[in-house]
Design a protein around this ligand. Structure first.
Ligand code: NDP
Length: 289
């Protein structure tokens, strides 16, 4: 069997086109133009690329972007002052602080300072709590994109065995929670899971969020499974690959997402979607916390 491709790039493009139309309609109806503040501290090259792509996507969809590129020497107090200002800025409906932050800054303290109603990354403890409770406000962008991609297969999730490899707060845990809310039976795996290949082989839905190139091999995948590859790994020769060994896994799976062109573009589309949601709530005066 050769798996069907879950084409994140084209799915993301459709979503972004729809968001562009919604942005125009919202502005025409209410005068509110969705706005995203993007905060980058320092000069990490990968972060600079992510931020550039996010800003470009906002521009194309007609969102307002407040761009804040701060020096690597910025103090935590200065960053918190900026976050406070953005929390109070009515033109800003979403605040994105690009991670990782320099080592002298307590990243969690900064994330905690973002108003939950503008926390489009969904990393604030309030939003994590609402997600766990099954009543989410902002769902983190990458997990939200993963679920949309799984839904795009048209396969029902109820009662399916889902295995999530990776338990980070930003990917693995929220993905597992969302799958649970969709009535999948979810197993979370990590570096201390015993006999990981055997656990993965049980999966009707397998999500890899590990950060190790081509870690999930063909023999770890059940025939016909839906395989979502969140990993982004750069090889020594400069190529980008996922956590899944694409070619052999494609021969076994029913559906597979590629890297690049899979979860990455969906993450950006979901950031725009969350900012639009924030702006709609602001336009109707709907509070969050
Ligand atoms: P983290 O490093 O925070 O988490 C990695 C997880 O993988 C941990 O839970 C770790 O287990 C687990 N792990 C590591 N080694 C093994 C192993 N040998 N067997 C089983 N589990 C293992 O990574 P992130 O969640 O932040 O990111 C994961 C990947 O997704 C990265 O490649 C990242 O670049 C990518 N990513 C992609 C995004 C996108 O937009 N496409 C967005 C965010 C991330 P333990 O907890 O035990 O250490």
């Amino acid at each position: 069997m050769t798996a069907q491709l879950i084409d994140g790039k084209s799915l993301a493009q459709d979503i972004r086109d729809g968001i562009g139309r919604d942005v125009q309609a919202l502005e025409a109806r209410t005068g509110v133009r969705p706005g995203l503040a993007v905060v980058l501290v320092g000069d990490d090259p990968a972060s600079a690329v992510y931020v550039r792509n996010k800003k470009k996507a906002c521009d194309t969809a007609g969102l307002y972007v407040a761009d804040h590129h701060l020096s690597a020497e910025t103090s935590q107090a200065e960053l918190l002052t900026l976050v406070d200002r953005l929390n109070a800025d009515p033109k800003v409906h979403g605040i994105l602080v690009q991670l990782p932050l320099p080592a002298h800054i307590d990243g969690q303290a900064v994330l905690n300072a973002i108003s939950p109603g503008k926390d489009v990354d969904g990393f604030h403890p309030y939003n994590i709590g609402r997600l766990v409770a099954g009543d989410p406000v902002f769902v983190p962008c990458t997990p939200k994109g993963v679920i949309r991609m799984i839904e795009s297969t048209g396969e029902p999730l109820t009662g399916k065995q889902a295995v999530v490899v990776g338990r980070s707060n930003i990917v693995g845990k929220p993905v597992a929670m969302l799958l649970l809310h969709q009535h999948a039976t979810v197993t979370m795996c990590h570096s201390r899971t015993k006999d990981l290949p055997a656990v993965c082989r049980e999966a009707d839905i397998l999500v890899a969020a590990i950060g190790k190139p081509r870690f999930v091999t063909g023999d770890m995948v059940k025939a016909g499974a839906i395989v979502l590859d969140v990993g982004i790994n750069r090889l020594d020769d400069g190529r980008l690959v996922g956590d899944v060994d694409f070619e052999p896994v494609r021969e076994r799976a029913g559906w597979i997402s590629p890297v690049p062109g899979g979860v990455g573009p969906m993450t950006i589309a979901m950031l725009l979607a969350n900012t639009l949601e924030g702006a709609k709530r602001a336009a109707t005066g709907e509070g969050v916390a």
